[in-house]
Design a protein around this ligand. Structure first.
Ligand code: IMP
Length: 203
């Protein structure tokens, strides 16, 4: 079975391709499949946005498509930046400025609890879908720490760890991250889906 990843992110393509090839499925990027979809992510949740991207790709290709959406949810900020994580403070900011803005908005807040969330949607042309979630809980530190990862990683101290996501090795981050957890859940559900399909085909 061939599936399309509705994302231009090479890291996500690599991670998901590894899982899918284990299951005997082939994953291609939307660029490799000849699509250049730039869909407006105007949903009100990670799930809604992942669904919007997956549905647009299915409609364009007629093939099963996978999309994801993720971000940082901060309790003391009413869930912000949330679905606006990539553009918190406006499109013009880089990661460092976005992190400074977040720290500024956290000034005086006692509750520094936060979590990264990730939702993966795999949509099939017949309308069936597989939905997977992953999250990692933690707290926000007061100064950026570490050069690793990307985005809000230098501010995020995962529960039970003494290093921020920006200080952790790539391997460790990829074991405990919201994306890793959503991917593990996705792998399990996709395996069940393929098993059901195979037994239906065998009659
Ligand atoms: P996307 O779902 O990959 O587009 O991520 C949306 C935004 O959420 C990113 O631009 C980052 O600001 C933030 N984000 C998502 N995952 C991570 C992560 O693992 N570390 C740090 N920031 C992240």
């Amino acid at each position: 079975m061939k599936l399309i990843l509705a994302s231009g992110n090479k890291g996500k393509l690599r991670e998901m391709r590894a899982i899918l090839s284990d299951l005997g499925a082939e994953l291609v990027s939307q660029a490799e499949a000849g699509y250049d979809l730039d869909v407006e992510e105007n949903g009100d949740s990670f799930l809604a946005n992942a669904r919007i991207k997956a549905r647009a790709a299915v409609e364009a290709s007629g093939l099963p498509c996978i999309a994801d959406d993720s971000g940082l949810v901060v309790d003391a900020l009413g869930g912000q930046p949330g679905i606006y994580s990539a553009r918190y403070g406006g499109e013009g900011l880089d990661d460092a400025r976005r992190n400074s803005l977040l720290l500024k908005n956290m000034e005086g807040k006692e509750d520094r609890s936060a979590r990264f969330e990730c939702c993966i949607v795999c949509m099939f042309p017949d309308g069936k879908e597989i939905v997977s979630f992953g999250e990692v809980r933690g707290t926000l530190v007061h100064e950026p720490r570490g050069q690793g990862g990307f985005g809000y990683d230098p501010l995020f101290l995962p529960e039970g760890e003494e290093f921020t996501m920006g200080e952790l090795s790539c391997e460790k981050k990829n074991r405990i991250s919201h994306r890793a957890r959503a991917l593990a859940d996705f792998e399990k559900k996709l395996r069940e889906y393929f098993d059901t399909q195979n037994s239906a085909e065998r009659g």
